[in-house]
Design a protein around this ligand. Structure first.
Ligand SMILES: Nc1ncnc2c1ncn2[C@@H]1O[C@H](COP(=O)(O)OP(=O)(O)OP(=O)(O)O)[C@@H](O)[C@H]1O
Length: 273
């Protein structure tokens, strides 16, 4: 197992002896993540949102602010688990995911990952001026597939994305796609490969019902192949249907970690009017 900043080691999935927990894939140990925002000097005084922002931030030098986005989070994720991350806006879900992916350095604490984490976000880089078709090929090559593997999987990826369901859209530039179509294509490309640790940020929320069903099935398959899936979503239904475990964050702190149904119930109870 390797410690972040971003370093990883590939592991061979092995079924644990009966009754023993599966091997850990991600260990997050007292993780703190701080953003430094330049050119955002604070003003003294004021209440409401300004006071909240001051509570979350600390001045550091002229014109610089610190946003302490993840505060002392610890957990262990194991092979075969699908873990939902829930919490209100700005609670630190995406930041935690990016830190697990090795894209944000810890301020303190550690992230250990066994296997290469792959972050699939709605902002994942595809080339807007290239066709969907070219993006599928480039995306697959970037994930390490050979040209022969790309040819073999191309039709399956396009079918999975549903991009061509209503006509030949795959040959059009990505910039002509709706945000939902683009998110579906990103997921379809990423899902074409098995992942040791797959981190999904809201990718499913943009899909229609049929696409969501295909995605949920694929996530189950990935888990069965002994990967670990993290899913950030504001859809409690997606978390219940897809995940067996959930982690609830608020203001960067871990509020609850347990079976998805129980954690989502508690979260819903806390947000009910
Ligand atoms: N690039 C950034 N620079 C500075 N602060 C940031 C940056 N990204 C996020 N933050 C801050 O970090 C905190 C956590 O944000 P994050 O995006 O992780 O929350 P989230 O739970 O994923 O929110 P949402 O549900 O709205 O997507 C927020 O206070 C946010 O303003």
């Amino acid at each position: 197992m390797a410690a972040t900043e971003g370093s990883t080691a590939t592991a061979t999935p092995a079924a644990p002896p009966e009754g023993e927990p599966a091997a850990p894939t991600v260990i997050v140990d007292d993780l703190h993540v701080v953003y430094r925002v330049r050119g955002a000097a604070g003003r003294a005084g004021g209440g409401g949102p300004a006071a909240l922002l001051r509570a979350l931030t600390r001045r550091k030098g002229a014109g610089a602010r610190e946003v302490h986005a993840v505060r002392g989070v610890s957990f262990v994720a194991r092979r075969g688990e699908a873990i939902g991350l829930i919490g209100s806006n700005g609670s630190g879900k995406s930041t935690l995911l990016r830190a697990v992916a090795g894209l944000l350095p810890p301020e303190s604490g550690r992230v250990y990952t066994d296997g290469q984490p792959s972050l699939l976000g709605v902002n994942a880089a595809l080339m807007n001026d290239l066709s969907g078709e070219r993006n599928v090929v480039l995306g697959c090559l970037a994930m390490g597939m050979t040209p022969a593997e790309v040819r073999e999987r191309y039709d399956g990826i396009v079918d999975f994305s549903g991009i061509n369901d209503k006509g030949d859209f795959i040959s059009l530039p990505m910039r002509t796609y709706s945000s939902g179509m683009a998110a579906r294509l990103r997921f379809a490309i990423a899902a074409a490969r098995d992942h040791d640790v797959l981190l999904i940020d809201e990718a499913l929320a943009t899909g229609d019902r049929a696409f969501r069903r295909r995605s949920e099935k694929r996530i189950k398959e990935l888990r069965e192949r002994a990967g670990t899936v993290f899913l950030v979503s504001h859809s409690n239904k997606s978390i219940r249907d897809t995940c067996d475990r959930a982690i609830w964050l608020e203001r960067g702190e871990l509020v609850m970690d347990g079976p998805a149904g129980e954690v989502v119930d508690a979260y819903e109870a806390s947000t009910a009017d």
